[in-house]
Design a protein around this ligand. Structure first.
Ligand code: ADP
Ligand code: ZN
Length: 527
């Protein structure tokens, strides 16, 4: 801050009012700010949109020196800094988008104490230029935004983030705060270790977004289902539609435009100018739909997004939560809607196979994908499943998701589960859903005969369900953890210990009914 006022007169509350125009702190903000001002460390695990930025901005303004903010969101730094400056906050950024001259000017402002907040890209931290800058100035605090990027087992690891650990070791006495909106227990532990935050105050907010209604459908015809979803209550609404591939983004946006929607594509393969243009239109105009890959949304703050739709299953719950969390920031009802298929799981697995991770990494990612699938397939309250993934317990079903509202019908699948599991066992625990469903329905094919599986006791014992329905049974067994799939055998299934009580008839299994049940299935369920 300009430095004229004596320190003790500047209260966080007055900064909140005078610079940001807000009257009240939100949950945890004031405590984090007080701790940092007092020179203590903090760890904030708070959902997107909960106001994490103020937690470091205000103490950086109040404490003498410059607050160093490490953020991976280089594309947003300019906007963030512009917004702060409009509020009268003295902020700057250093990243690769600046010219040499521009960077020199920023450094000069930092050295002469004319800036309170400096946003820096992580890859810049250990450069000699930046290291020299740090010796010439007083640092008020370090803020590590998107701190989960430091976690190698997390879903968004960035190697540059490891440099932060080294940097922080050089400044053990400067208060530091790590902030993230996404961290399961393992990731959280790793952040605390890597950033030496073991003695830091821990501020964890509820992840519940009560105004978001969650629903998930099995993909039959993604487009038709999307059209129905939009027609049923979102005409004229702003929303985001996520797809896995760039091609699908393009074709979906085109298709929606043809149906009279204002739908704009957004993905990393587009040039920056059109990306920015589409983002601006989304933010400024009413009723714009953005069709995007995962590239879209970090740092986007639009309060009246009425829906987030997924045409493909996200790769993990963290991503799902983050993406759906962009809906309904204004607190008014909003929808998080998704269609998924087993094909999604296969596609994700293929992406994983191609990725350059070690076995531990791949296993972690696979576990995360399975949790995501489990959320899709659940017959429980979705909010309960979602929150429990993030370590929270919601005592009662929420009443604001498709399963709570009874839109998801269930059937007693105990016998079907037993048949499916024994078929896995009898065929040697190395085949996938496709093959096993053929065995169960007693299909006469060459492969089955070659393996002599037309002779096993489970051959043809599942004729009461169609092949499609058996595949759904396998999917749900996987989701429920009653069946595992093995990467080494290209997705062949094997039985985990959890499947035993089912096989012994000691545990009942409930399956969700696929949205458009066949006649056969209806016949099967009727008591
Ligand atoms: P996060 O980083 O947690 O996603 P932001 O810091 O971007 O969230 O804040 C989200 C929005 O909430 C911003 O528009 C911000 O100005 C607003 N906000 C933050 N704190 C408060 C507050 N105490 N009162 C009102 N609005 C706030
Ligand atoms: Zn619910």
């Amino acid at each position: 801050m300009a430095g004229m006022e004596p320190l003790q007169q500047i209260s966080p509350k007055s900064v909140l009012r005078d610079y940001f125009g807000y009257t009240r702190f939100r949950e945890h903000q004031e405590e984090i700010i007080q701790d940092l001002i007092a020179g203590k460390d903090a760890f904030a695990l708070m959902p997107t949109g909960s106001g994490k930025s103020l937690c470091y901005q205000i103490p950086a303004m109040i404490r003498p020196g410059v607050g160093i903010v490490v953020s991976p969101l280089i594309a947003l730094m300019q906007d963030q800094v512009d917004a702060l400056r409009q509020n009268g906050v003295r902020a700057d950024f250093l990243n690769s988008s600046l010219t040499m001259e521009g960077a020199r000017e920023v450094s000069q402002r930092v050295i002469s104490g004319q800036t309170d907040l400096l946003y820096v890209a992580p890859e810049r931290l250990m450069t000699t230029g930046f290291q020299r800058l740090l010796t010439q100035t007083r640092v008020a605090l370090f803020a590590i935004d998107e701190a989960h990027c430091v976690s190698q087992w997390g879903h968004d690891f960035r190697p540059e983030y490891l440099q932060i650990s080294i940097l922080l070791e050089q400044f053990p006495n400067i208060p530091r705060v790590a902030l993230t909106a996404t961290a399961d227990a393992v990731t959280r532990k790793e952040i605390l270790e890597k950033l030496s935050l073991k003695n830091a105050g821990q501020f964890i907010s509820s992840f519940d977004r009560p105004n978001i209604c969650y629903s998930v459908e099995l993909k039959q015809s993604g487009r038709k289902q999307l059209a129905d979803f939009l027609q049923a209550g979102h005409s004229g609404d702003a929303g985001i539609i996520y797809c896995r591939s760039r091609n699908k983004v393009e074709s979906t946006a085109e298709w929606l435009s043809g149906r009279g929607y204002t739908a704009l594509p957004y993905h990393a393969g587009m040039d920056q100018a059109s990306r920015l243009h589409h983002q601006r239109r989304f933010l400024q105009e009413d009723g714009v739909i953005i069709v995007a890959t995962i590239a879209f949304g970090m740092g986007i703050d639009k309060p009246d997004v009425r829906f987030v739709a997924h045409l493909d299953m996200p790769k993990n719950m963290e991503t799902y939560y983050q993406e759906t969390g962009r809906a309904g920031r204004d607190g008014l009802p909003a929808n998080a809607w998704m269609v998924y298929s087993l094909g999604d799981v296969v596609a994700l697995r293929q992406m994983l196979d191609k990725s350059a991770g070690n076995t531990q990494f791949i296993r972690t990612q696979q576990r995360k994908t399975e949790a995501m699938l489990g959320f899709c397939e659940t017959t429980q309250c979705r909010r309960q499943v979602l929150l429990s993934y993030f370590g929270e317990t919601l005592p009662e079903p929420c009443g604001n998701c498709d399963t709570c509202q009874g839109k998801v019908e269930t059937w007693d699948g105990t016998v079907a589960a037993q048949k499916a599991l024994s078929c896995v066992y009898r065929t040697g625990q190395r085949f996938g859903a496709e093959y096993l469903s053929d065995v169960l329905t007693g299909k006469d094919n060459e492969r089955i005969r070659r393996f002599r599986h037309d002779k096993v006791s489970t051959f043809g014992i599942g004729s009461e369900l169609s092949k499609k329905e058996w595949k759904s049974v396998f999917r749900q067994l996987i989701a429920a953890g009653l069946l595992c799939s093995d990467m080494e055998t290209k997705g062949g299934f094997y039985l985990p210990p959890q499947s035993r009580p089912v096989l012994r008839g000691e545990q009942r299994v409930l399956f969700r009914k696929d949205p458009v049940p066949s006649k056969k299935e209806r016949g099967f369920r009727s008591p």
